[in-house]
Design a protein around this ligand. Structure first.
Ligand SMILES: *Cc1c(COP(=O)(O)O)cnc(C)c1O
Length: 350
């Protein structure tokens, strides 16, 4: 059997989720009549300490809507250079919101108010004004790094003092909260909107949520409809979403421990290197340059040993742990990676 560490999106619904899907009480959500979805939206809002929540089919749609709700055409959105909104959403900031991203590079993915404030612009004959700030926590491509509450709060305070809203791309915000030992409500308290995924480490088959003020979510609901995201008997998706929300955060620490195990083992292998300080949650970015293989070649060699991991750059491979990968399988992935590195280095020696 393949050990699939490509992403935590590959998690399959649990037997309990499948039962809940089969038995879900449903109605037409475009009329606001799906009782299961209404419960999910209310519960998400409650957990985050917000007035309202909106179910969206994907995290990308949640971010797209948030960027639109907070901006007007011709503005700039400040975000990190490797962020999902900038790199993996098919330029929706430009396509849908009519805004440019003004990126700030942070090697560890963690923006601070000190790094942001100099990039905020006011309308002038040359400059488009800043419309909002988007933060990613955890930061995917930086290796699942965590922005702590103090740093996030300072960004929000600084932005709000200038009248700028802050959106949190919290696809994996539950991983961040677990790593920090705080609640998601506390961690994201000052953010104007938060998007988080039910479909990643929390294990639901489909769906993400956007939470915020009642007024913001009312407007977001209209944009969801415009994007073709008005769904009907969506309670069949909300039912596993509720289980994901209630039961799954408590077990994310296991995924973090497995990522740690993998990273610490990989760091000891000749030809491989990983920045252990950045392995804070369920993601390990492995630099394979020392083996002479490209990220893609390393990924293919792993696949021959029944381990799936994506190349994320010319020289790096990413491993993402999740509940469908056990501790034993994490050890097996470590052994396979070690074997790939050793065999390549052995073959290259005279
Ligand atoms: C996965 C992810 C999203 C949303 O992805 P979808 O596949 O559209 O659900 C958004 N932001 C980050 C940081 C992600 O990792």
């Amino acid at each position: 059997m393949m050990i699939d560490l490509r992403s935590d999106t590959v998690t399959k619904p649990t037997p309990e989720m499948r039962r809940a899907m089969a038995e879900a009480e449903v109605g037409d959500d475009v009329y606001g009549e799906d009782p299961t979805l209404n419960r999910l939206e209310a519960r998400a809002a409650e957990i985050f300490g917000r007035q309202a929540g909106l179910f969206v089919p994907t995290g990308t749609m949640g971010n797209t809507i948030a960027l639109k709700v907070h901006t007007r055409h011709g503005q700039e959105i400040i975000c990190e250079a490797k962020s999902h909104v900038m790199n993996y959403e098919l330029a929706m900031a430009g396509w849908f919101a009519g805004c440019l991203c003004r990126t700030i590079a942070a090697a560890d993915g963690i923006l601070t108010w000190a790094s942001i404030k100099g990039e905020v612009r006011k309308l002038s004959p040359h400059w488009a004004p800043t419309g909002m700030i988007a933060i990613e926590n955890t930061h995917n491509m930086a290796g699942g790094t965590v922005t702590p509450p103090a740093v996030l709060n300072e960004i929000c305070d600084g932005a709000h003092a200038l009248g700028l809203p802050v959106h949190l791309d919290g696809a994996r915000v539950f991983n961040a909260a677990v790593a920090l030992g705080v609640s998601v409500g506390e961690l994201t308290e000052k953010c104007d909107t938060v998007m988080f995924c039910l479909s990643k480490g929390l294990g639901a088959p489909v769906g993400s949520m956007l939470v915020g003020s009642a007024d913001t979510i009312d407007r977001a609901r209209l944009y969801r409809k415009r994007l073709g995201g008005g769904m009907r008997q969506v309670g069949v998706l909300a039912a596993p979403g509720l289980i994901a929300l209630e039961k799954m955060p408590a077990r994310l620490a296991e995924d973090h421990a497995n990522a740690r195990l993998l990273a610490e083992g990989l760091a000891r292998v000749e030809g491989l290197s990983t920045d252990l300080a950045r392995v804070q949650t369920n993601i390990v970015i492995l630099d394979v340059a020392g083996t002479g293989l490209s990220g893609a070649q390393f990924s293919r060699a792993l696949q021959e040993r029944s381990v799936l991991a994506n190349a994320v750059s010319e020289t790096a491979v990413r491993f993402v742990t999740h509940y469908d990968v056990s501790r034993e399988q994490s050890k097996a992935a470590l052994a396979a990676s070690t074997e790939v590195a050793r065999s390549v280095l052995a073959a290259s020696r005279p």
